[in-house]
Design a protein. Structure first.
Length: 296
């Protein structure tokens, strides 16, 4: 199989120029608002702010970072009042400094106050992931490797977090259990070996479904190559082992490095010649980017 052709199917390209599906955004925001408002609504705002009061404010970063989630923040206000005016000053994927105004909002004060936390929760979480991803991407600049995510995401928010990875310049691994076959160590044990697992997967998977196998030794790599997999995940291998794996594969399959990946180890991993480096930390350990809504 041609390695470049396989790569186009194995991962989603980086970048966040495409919007998230509107129904998906609407559903997630509706759940978040329902969680916040409960059965009686925003009792603080309703008690202190007149119904006809108007307000305007700006979303401003407290720290530098990469922005993601503008569409979701806008939806938080739209669901409360379609007349609220939300104007983005930057686009998703933009790298901004501290104290940068990234959006302006105006409308009924009650609506702005009630929707503020939901909008900020999505913006901060998604921008934090995009920011950490950009740090990883920058660390391997000049190499052939690409940074990709994993399925270690917040339940119910995977699409948003994987979108944020793309905004940070990373790529997406499989979205779920349904869109690609990844035969891991426990599958191999339960199936009786790589050969048996691959045969069963080939018989079941359609022609559009790619198959990746996880290996933790060079002997297993040789088995996977003999079975003609589409991609191989090199699990917790040393840089020396990865370099040998790259030599043995010789461009026949995509090689993904995974396990124990840190910012400190990234460059050494990328310089082994692997195609992809996956890290669960992008989504499960990214700090929230501090963003605030300031009334003017």
């Amino acid at each position: 199989m041609n390695s470049k052709s396989a790569k186009r199917h194995a991962v989603v390209r980086s970048g966040c120029d495409a919007r998230l599906p509107a129904p998906l955004v609407a559903e997630a925001v509706a759940r978040a608002l329902a969680e916040d408002l409960g059965l009686v609504g925003d009792i603080t705002t309703d008690a202190t702010i007149p119904p006809d009061a108007k307000a305007s404010g700006v979303f401003r970063t407290r720290k530098p970072g990469v922005i993601a989630g503008m569409q979701v923040a806008r939806e938080a206000f739209r669901q409360l009042d379609s007349d609220v005016r939300f104007e983005a000053e930057v686009t998703d994927g933009s790298k901004v400094g501290a104290r940068t105004v990234i959006a302006r909002v105006s409308g009924h004060a009650r609506v702005l106050l009630t929707g503020e936390r939901v909008a900020l929760n999505f913006l901060g979480r998604m921008s934090g992931i995009a920011t950490l991803t950009r740090t990883y991407v920058d660390a391997i600049a000049g190499t052939k490797a690409h940074i990709i995510d994993t399925r270690k995401t917040t339940p119910g928010l995977r699409a948003f977090e994987k979108y944020a990875v793309r905004c940070g310049g990373g790529m997406n691994h499989r979205i779920g259990l349904f869109d690609a076959v990844l035969i891991k160590d426990n599958h191999i044990v339960a199936a009786g070996g790589i050969g048996g697992a691959m045969a069963a997967a080939r018989a079941r998977a359609g022609h559009m479904v790619k198959i990746e196998v996880e290996v933790d030794s060079l002997d297993q790599l040789d088995e996977a190559l003999a079975a003609r997999v589409d991609a191989v995940l090199l699990d917790n291998m040393s840089p020396d082992q990865m370099r040998e794996a790259v030599a043995r594969a010789n461009g026949r399959v995509i090689l993904e490095a995974s396990g124990g990946v840190t910012l400190a180890s990234l460059r050494a991993i990328a310089e082994t010649g692997v195609d992809l480096i996956s890290s669960g930390a992008l989504t499960h350990s990214a700090p929230v980017l501090d963003i605030g809504l300031d009334f003017e």
